[in-house]
Write a protein that binds this ligand. Structure first.
Ligand SMILES: *Cc1c(COP(=O)(O)O)cnc(C)c1O
Length: 329
């Protein structure tokens, strides 16, 4: 495989003192519901609120001294941007995060507070990416993309090594799926130590680029639509190098969820597990509750992030949402 167990083990050593080893707990209510032990990997408690710090820390640590002196750049305003800003600050190197004028103030603030240099350009993600390309060409910054990079994938894969130590008899692992860095890394780790364990990717039905690409047999573009699982939005890149092939080779299945099923996952996490998770982090719970994944032994759900707008969270928990999403659909 493209990123193998040995790369993930090396990543683990490299980032051991930079990330948290997050707990994995048994869910009483989901275990009763499923009739099998259901474990929650509480990765939303990771520093910066999502697993992305694993990949970002590993990719930065793997840079040469000369590359570190040039600094890193990315166009992500979400969890990857946050993670990169945090990891760069720890390493004492420069991070530039490019974003469009449309990015909300709270997201901008979160990244600025981490000490990153912010460039606001244009009105779209494409404009922001053009600024990234310019900074790479003219100022020599090193671009670290959110998923399609061997050191990012290996870093995310450390989550798979960890959860297999915490639940050695796992029959299946449910992984939130967007660009596939997390799923590719986790699947390589899990199957590397336990070849019979199933790894299942979960995306939202609204704009599932990896699922559409796997069905087409090549990377394809899909329309990006608003979704409660906003961290799962975006394409996989038409010139995808690694994650498409790895997901095709390693994932046993990919499941798609409707917006109300994602909302049910967020609500369950809050009311039954006392955990605040964002939409992307709740899709494993949502899939189980909707009966779209049937447990067949010990099952691990990865709660991948918690960076949700709290007024949105409140409305979901109160049951006000997803009525807006249903109207939009
Ligand atoms: C980025 C992200 C994902 C998806 O990860 P990919 O590597 O893009 O598939 C899932 N959950 C959260 C919270 C994320 O930030």
């Amino acid at each position: 495989m493209l990123v193998a167990l040995q790369h993930i083990r090396a990543a683990r050593e490299r980032i051991a003192d930079k990330i948290e080893r997050t707990p994995c707990v048994l869910s009483q209510s989901l275990s009763e519901h499923a009739g099998h032990p259901i474990h929650l990997k509480l990765e939303h408690h990771q520093t910066t609120g999502a697993f992305k710090l694993r990949g970002a820390s590993n990719a930065i640590a793997a840079l040469s001294r000369e590359e570190k002196s040039r600094g890193v750049v990315a166009a992500s305003t979400g969890n990857h941007g946050r993670a990169l800003a945090h990891a760069a600050k720890l390493e004492g190197i420069r991070a530039v995060i490019c974003m469009s004028k449309l990015v909300p103030e709270n997201k901008l603030d979160a990244i600025r507070r981490l000490g990153a240099d912010i460039r606001i350009v244009g009105n779209s993600q494409d404009d922001a990416q053009q600024e990234v390309d310019r900074l790479v060409a003219e100022e020599g910054l090193v671009m670290l993309p959110p998923f399609d990079h061997p050191d990012i994938i290996a870093g995310q894969g450390t989550l798979g090594l960890e959860l297999m130590e915490q639940v050695p008899d796992a029959a299946a692992v449910l992984v939130p799926l967007s660009g596939g860095g997390l799923a590719a890394g986790v699947a390589a780790a899990v199957k590397g130590v336990s070849p019979d364990t199933k790894v299942i990717g979960i995306s939202m039905a609204r704009g599932a680029a990896m699922k559409a690409s796997l069905d087409a047999g090549r990377p394809v573009q899909v329309e990006e639509l608003p979704t409660l699982a906003d961290s799962l939005g975006g394409g996989i890149g038409l010139d995808n190098q690694l994650t498409f092939a790895m997901c095709r080779g390693l994932l046993d299945d990919v499941i798609l969820l409707a917006e109300d099923e994602i909302a049910a996952g967020i609500r369950h996490a809050y009311e039954q597990e006392r955990e605040i998770v964002e939409g992307a982090g709740a899709v494993g719970i949502g899939a189980l509750l909707a009966g779209k994944v049937k447990a067949n032994g010990s099952t691990v759900l990865i709660l991948s992030g918690r960076n949700i707008d709290m007024s949105l969270h409140r409305r979901i928990v109160c049951g006000e949402i997803p009525s807006f999403a249903e109207r939009a659909a």
